[in-house]
Each structure stands twice: as structure tokens, then as C-alpha cells.
Design a protein around this ligand. Structure first.
Ligand SMILES: [Zn+2]
Length: 277
């Protein structure tokens, strides 16, 4: 009972602070974590993706792909605004040891220069704490800063600390709210690293156990409503096929947040961080 009262008081406080917030229909979606690879595209085609995103009210999406051609076909075949990220490690066939490629920076620079897609970011990069001193990671950070690209990192907290110790201006999206998605840890990282934001893909069970939003996550979202985005993480064909269900699981906890916070996390933060060009 206590936390329900607490929540409604917080909601009322926000409502008073923002008198123009009105109860409204569910917000549209900016999905910050989609993958679309050639092997998946052979089964789940462009029209399937376009229809899936449209029927789920996904207005914009970060789509990570190895192939510029797929991005261009998706941009042509979908009403959703596509924010393209170049998936380098899969292209090199090195999911976990890309950071030890000696000329990684030059190779990514060549991929960007040879492409006719306006890439907005690089990733997703999987990296464990012990690999954070790899030469390829250093080059990746240099390149991201030089070309004003965001890096999607799926990795340990020490990786994020190392990145900001050496490259304070780099923009990172920390996938899945990090390897250890505990609200006190998440809050600490958000407050120490203002240019790092988080996507919450794969975290529905943790945020909304048993269908009731966790108190610590709830308070974290109200403390930092401008730092989170949602995502479905379509790393397999199956997850594309289950998109509506997985999105509904995310809506189930968004619906328990004050409207303005839900709208920020579902849509507005992505639009602000990755505006149309
Ligand atoms: Zn992913």
C-alpha cells in the first residue's frame, strides 16, 4: 500500500509541475535497439519489417545492420524513420574479439567512406571489462568522437568508465542498461557520465516483475526521465516475429509511469538525441 500511495503522490507532483500534461493515448515509439541482418532479411523481408513497425506505431528506430543496402531498402520500404548504425563486429565476424583488430579504426573509416548511407552510429559492440585496453577500442572511441557518431556498447561497467576517462566527449548508448542493470548502479553511471544514455531492451522482466513495476526502477525513471529509451532488440528472426508481444511487455510498465515520463522514454528522448537530419 505504501508504495502505491508514494507513486500516486509522485505522479501528482509531476502533474502539478507540468500543468499542460494531459491524459492521452499511448505515446508513439522510438525503438533504440533493432538489428536487421541479411540472413534475417531473407526470412523476414522489408515489407514484413515495414508492416510490423507501422502496426506498432514505431515512428523512428535505430537499426543496426552490416549492410548499407539493407538500410536503403528499409528506408524506401517503411514509413518509420530509420536511424542507421553500422554493425562492424558482425561484418568482421568478430563478435567478442574485435577490439584486438590492429587496424580497426582505419577499417571502419573505410566502411563509412565507401557507404552512401548517412550512418549515425556504430554498433552494437560486445566487450568485457578485461578487453577495454584493446587497441581497437581506443581507435573506435577516437573515430566516434572525430565523426560525431554514437557507439552502442553491450558491456561491463569498467568499459564505460574507461571510455569516459580517455574520451569525455564520446556519446555512448549503453545497451540493456548495462551488464548489471541494478537501479543504484545505473543511477551512479548516469550521473557520472552525462553523455551516456541507456536503452532498456531485454529488461522487461527486471523492470516489471509479475506485471507490477519495480519501485526502484520507477523512482529512477522519475529521477532521470530524459536518459532512457526502449527497444525490442531484434537479434533473431523470432524476435522480429514476436515484435508486437515484446513491445506490449514494454508498454505494460510504461503505462504505470506518469504520462510525461512514459512519453519521454517511449519516444521523445530518441527524437531529441537523434533528430531528423
Ligand atoms: Zn542487440
Amino acid at each position: 500500500m505504501h508504495h502505491r500511495l508514494h507513486r500516486s503522490l509522485l505522479g501528482a507532483t509531476l502533474g502539478l509541475a507540468l500543468p499542460f500534461t494531459v491524459a492521452s493515448a499511448e505515446p508513439p515509439i522510438f525503438d533504440a535497439h533493432l538489428h536487421y541482418r541479411p540472413a534475417v532479411a531473407e526470412i523476414f523481408g522489408i515489407s514484413d519489417v515495414g508492416r510490423t513497425l507501422a502496426s506498432n506505431d514505431v515512428r523512428s528506430a535505430i537499426v543496426m545492420s552490416t549492410e548499407g543496402g539493407l538500410i536503403r531498402r528499409l528506408q524506401a520500404g517503411s514509413d518509420t524513420r530509420i536511424v542507421p548504425f553500422l554493425e562492424v563486429s558482425h561484418r568482421l565476424g568478430k563478435k567478442m574479439d574485435w577490439m584486438h583488430v590492429e587496424d580497426l579504426g582505419a577499417r571502419i573509416a573505410d566502411m563509412l567512406d565507401e557507404s552512401d548511407v548517412a550512418w549515425r552510429g556504430l554498433g552494437e559492440f560486445h566487450i568485457l571489462a578485461d578487453d577495454r585496453f584493446g587497441p581497437g577500442f581506443e581507435q573506435l572511441l577516437d573515430l566516434a568522437v572525430a565523426r560525431d557518431l554514437t557507439i552502442m556498447i553491450h558491456g561491463d561497467p569498467a568499459v564505460i568508465d574507461h571510455a569516459y576517462a580517455t574520451h569525455p566527449e564520446v556519446r555512448i548508448l549503453w545497451a540493456h542498461a548495462g551488464s548489471y542493470a541494478y537501479p543504484p548502479l545505473v543511477q551512479d553511471y548516469l550521473e557520472r557520465h552525462p553523455r551516456m544514455n541507456m536503452d532498456l531492451s531485454m529488461r522487461n522482466p527486471r523492470i516489471n516483475p509479475g506485471g507490477q513495476i519495480d519501485d526502484d526502477w520507477f523512482e529512477l525513471f522519475l529521477t532521470h526521465p530524459d536518459r532512457f529509451m526502449i527497444g525490442v532488440d531484434t537479434f533473431t528472426t523470432t524476435r522480429w516475429e514476436q515484435y508486437t508481444h515484446l513491445k506490449d511487455e514494454t508498454r505494460a510498465w510504461l503505462d504505470q509511469l506518469p504520462d510525461n515520463v512514459a512519453r519521454a522514454i517511449a519516444f521523445e528522448n530518441g527524437e531529441r538525441l537523434f533528430p531528423a537530419q
